[in-house]
Design a protein around this ligand. Structure first.
Ligand code: SF4
Ligand code: SF4
Length: 168
Protein backbone atom coordinates (compact mmCIF):
# COMPACT_ATOMS: atom_id res chain seq x y z
CA UNK A 1 0.00 0.00 0.00
CA UNK A 2 2.85 2.31 0.95
CA UNK A 3 4.50 1.67 -2.41
CA UNK A 4 1.33 2.61 -4.27
CA UNK A 5 0.94 5.80 -2.24
CA UNK A 6 4.58 6.72 -2.87
CA UNK A 7 4.10 6.19 -6.62
CA UNK A 8 1.00 8.38 -6.62
CA UNK A 9 2.92 11.00 -4.62
CA UNK A 10 5.70 10.90 -7.19
CA UNK A 11 3.29 11.56 -10.03
CA UNK A 12 1.38 14.37 -8.34
CA UNK A 13 4.20 16.04 -6.43
CA UNK A 14 7.74 15.12 -7.56
CA UNK A 15 7.12 15.42 -11.30
CA UNK A 16 5.58 18.91 -11.17
CA UNK A 17 8.33 19.91 -8.77
CA UNK A 18 10.99 18.79 -11.28
CA UNK A 19 9.21 20.43 -14.19
CA UNK A 20 8.96 23.66 -12.20
CA UNK A 21 12.75 23.73 -12.00
CA UNK A 22 12.93 23.20 -15.76
CA UNK A 23 10.43 25.96 -16.50
CA UNK A 24 12.16 28.29 -14.08
CA UNK A 25 15.31 28.11 -16.21
CA UNK A 26 13.51 28.14 -19.54
CA UNK A 27 13.23 31.92 -19.71
CA UNK A 28 16.52 32.80 -18.01
CA UNK A 29 19.48 34.09 -19.97
CA UNK A 30 21.56 31.04 -21.02
CA UNK A 31 24.97 30.68 -19.40
CA UNK A 32 26.35 28.56 -22.23
CA UNK A 33 27.64 29.84 -25.57
CA UNK A 34 26.75 28.61 -29.03
CA UNK A 35 30.37 27.85 -29.89
CA UNK A 36 31.84 28.19 -32.53
CA UNK A 37 29.25 30.76 -33.65
CA UNK A 38 29.66 32.66 -30.39
CA UNK A 39 33.03 33.08 -28.73
CA UNK A 40 33.85 34.20 -25.24
CA UNK A 41 36.33 37.10 -25.20
CA UNK A 42 39.58 35.93 -23.68
CA UNK A 43 41.17 37.62 -20.72
CA UNK A 44 43.82 40.23 -21.63
CA UNK A 45 46.28 38.09 -19.67
CA UNK A 46 45.49 34.94 -21.66
CA UNK A 47 48.55 33.46 -23.37
CA UNK A 48 47.69 31.94 -26.74
CA UNK A 49 49.37 31.59 -30.09
CA UNK A 50 52.56 33.61 -30.51
CA UNK A 51 53.04 36.45 -32.94
CA UNK A 52 56.12 38.36 -34.05
CA UNK A 53 55.67 42.11 -33.85
CA UNK A 54 56.83 44.84 -36.24
CA UNK A 55 57.92 48.43 -35.67
CA UNK A 56 55.57 51.21 -36.71
CA UNK A 57 57.58 51.64 -39.94
CA UNK A 58 56.85 48.00 -40.80
CA UNK A 59 60.34 46.61 -40.14
CA UNK A 60 60.74 43.43 -38.11
CA UNK A 61 61.48 43.80 -34.45
CA UNK A 62 63.15 40.41 -34.06
CA UNK A 63 66.95 40.58 -34.43
CA UNK A 64 67.39 36.83 -33.99
CA UNK A 65 69.39 37.27 -30.78
CA UNK A 66 68.31 33.90 -29.40
CA UNK A 67 67.36 35.10 -25.91
CA UNK A 68 63.83 33.74 -26.26
CA UNK A 69 65.20 30.32 -27.24
CA UNK A 70 67.60 30.40 -24.29
CA UNK A 71 64.78 31.29 -21.89
CA UNK A 72 62.40 28.67 -23.26
CA UNK A 73 62.08 25.80 -20.77
CA UNK A 74 60.55 23.51 -23.39
CA UNK A 75 63.38 24.07 -25.92
CA UNK A 76 60.85 24.59 -28.69
CA UNK A 77 62.23 27.69 -30.47
CA UNK A 78 64.63 27.35 -33.41
CA UNK A 79 66.11 30.21 -35.40
CA UNK A 80 68.81 31.08 -37.92
CA UNK A 81 69.92 34.68 -38.59
CA UNK A 82 70.54 36.66 -41.79
CA UNK A 83 71.07 40.28 -42.78
CA UNK A 84 68.47 42.32 -44.57
CA UNK A 85 69.19 44.68 -47.48
CA UNK A 86 70.24 47.43 -45.01
CA UNK A 87 72.68 45.10 -43.29
CA UNK A 88 70.45 44.72 -40.25
CA UNK A 89 70.21 41.39 -38.51
CA UNK A 90 66.95 39.52 -38.62
CA UNK A 91 65.71 35.93 -38.52
CA UNK A 92 65.98 33.89 -41.70
CA UNK A 93 64.31 30.99 -39.94
CA UNK A 94 62.24 31.39 -36.81
CA UNK A 95 60.17 28.41 -35.74
CA UNK A 96 58.21 27.42 -32.66
CA UNK A 97 57.05 23.89 -32.05
CA UNK A 98 53.62 24.44 -30.55
CA UNK A 99 53.35 20.82 -29.49
CA UNK A 100 56.23 21.31 -27.09
CA UNK A 101 55.30 24.84 -26.03
CA UNK A 102 53.77 25.14 -22.58
CA UNK A 103 52.67 28.76 -23.15
CA UNK A 104 54.62 29.98 -20.15
CA UNK A 105 55.42 33.36 -21.72
CA UNK A 106 59.14 33.27 -20.83
CA UNK A 107 60.05 34.01 -24.46
CA UNK A 108 57.93 37.16 -24.31
CA UNK A 109 59.55 38.19 -21.05
CA UNK A 110 63.09 37.53 -22.28
CA UNK A 111 62.83 39.40 -25.58
CA UNK A 112 64.78 42.70 -25.40
CA UNK A 113 63.20 43.93 -28.64
CA UNK A 114 59.57 43.32 -27.64
CA UNK A 115 59.35 41.27 -30.79
CA UNK A 116 57.52 38.18 -29.62
CA UNK A 117 54.20 38.13 -27.83
CA UNK A 118 51.66 35.51 -26.98
CA UNK A 119 48.36 36.49 -28.53
CA UNK A 120 44.86 35.41 -27.66
CA UNK A 121 44.24 32.87 -30.42
CA UNK A 122 43.37 29.46 -29.08
CA UNK A 123 41.88 27.81 -32.16
CA UNK A 124 44.86 26.20 -33.81
CA UNK A 125 44.11 22.51 -33.56
CA UNK A 126 45.21 20.45 -36.56
CA UNK A 127 45.48 16.92 -37.87
CA UNK A 128 49.20 16.31 -38.26
CA UNK A 129 52.21 17.06 -36.12
CA UNK A 130 54.08 19.05 -38.79
CA UNK A 131 51.33 21.67 -38.83
CA UNK A 132 52.27 22.62 -35.29
CA UNK A 133 55.72 23.86 -36.32
CA UNK A 134 54.90 27.54 -36.72
CA UNK A 135 57.23 29.45 -39.01
CA UNK A 136 58.19 33.11 -39.09
CA UNK A 137 55.88 33.70 -42.05
CA UNK A 138 52.94 32.38 -40.02
CA UNK A 139 53.77 34.39 -36.91
CA UNK A 140 55.01 37.70 -38.31
CA UNK A 141 52.18 40.22 -38.29
CA UNK A 142 51.53 42.23 -41.44
CA UNK A 143 51.29 45.51 -39.52
CA UNK A 144 52.02 46.35 -35.87
CA UNK A 145 49.43 44.87 -33.55
CA UNK A 146 48.37 47.12 -30.75
CA UNK A 147 45.97 44.77 -29.05
CA UNK A 148 47.99 43.88 -25.98
CA UNK A 149 47.06 46.31 -23.20
CA UNK A 150 49.79 44.79 -21.02
CA UNK A 151 52.61 45.78 -23.37
CA UNK A 152 53.13 49.04 -21.58
CA UNK A 153 53.36 47.18 -18.25
CA UNK A 154 55.92 44.78 -19.71
CA UNK A 155 57.94 47.74 -21.01
CA UNK A 156 57.73 49.50 -17.65
CA UNK A 157 58.86 46.38 -15.77
CA UNK A 158 61.82 46.08 -18.15
CA UNK A 159 62.74 49.73 -17.67
CA UNK A 160 62.65 49.37 -13.89
CA UNK A 161 64.08 45.87 -13.43
CA UNK A 162 65.94 45.28 -16.71
CA UNK A 163 65.69 42.25 -18.95
CA UNK A 164 65.73 38.99 -16.98
CA UNK A 165 68.83 36.86 -17.47
CA UNK A 166 68.02 33.69 -19.38
CA UNK A 167 68.66 30.52 -17.41
CA UNK A 168 71.14 28.51 -19.47
S1 SF4 B 1 55.72 30.24 -24.26
FE1 SF4 B 1 57.30 29.22 -23.00
S2 SF4 B 1 57.43 27.17 -23.82
FE2 SF4 B 1 56.36 28.40 -25.36
S3 SF4 B 1 57.95 29.11 -26.76
FE3 SF4 B 1 57.69 30.68 -25.20
S4 SF4 B 1 59.22 30.21 -23.61
FE4 SF4 B 1 58.96 28.37 -24.89
S1 SF4 C 1 64.45 37.33 -27.96
FE1 SF4 C 1 63.18 38.64 -29.29
S2 SF4 C 1 64.64 39.58 -30.71
FE2 SF4 C 1 65.69 37.86 -29.74
S3 SF4 C 1 65.34 36.14 -31.15
FE3 SF4 C 1 63.71 36.06 -29.64
S4 SF4 C 1 62.02 37.21 -30.56
FE4 SF4 C 1 63.85 37.74 -31.69
Amino acid sequence: MNVVLRAIGNVFWSMPKGLAVTFKHLFKKPVTLDYPHQKKPMSPRYRGLHYLERYDDGSERCVCCGLCAAACPADCIYMEPEENEKGERRARIYEINMLRCIFCGYCEEACPEEAIFLGREYEFSDYDRDSFIYTKVQMLVTSPRKDNPFKWIIRKVRRVYGVPEPSL
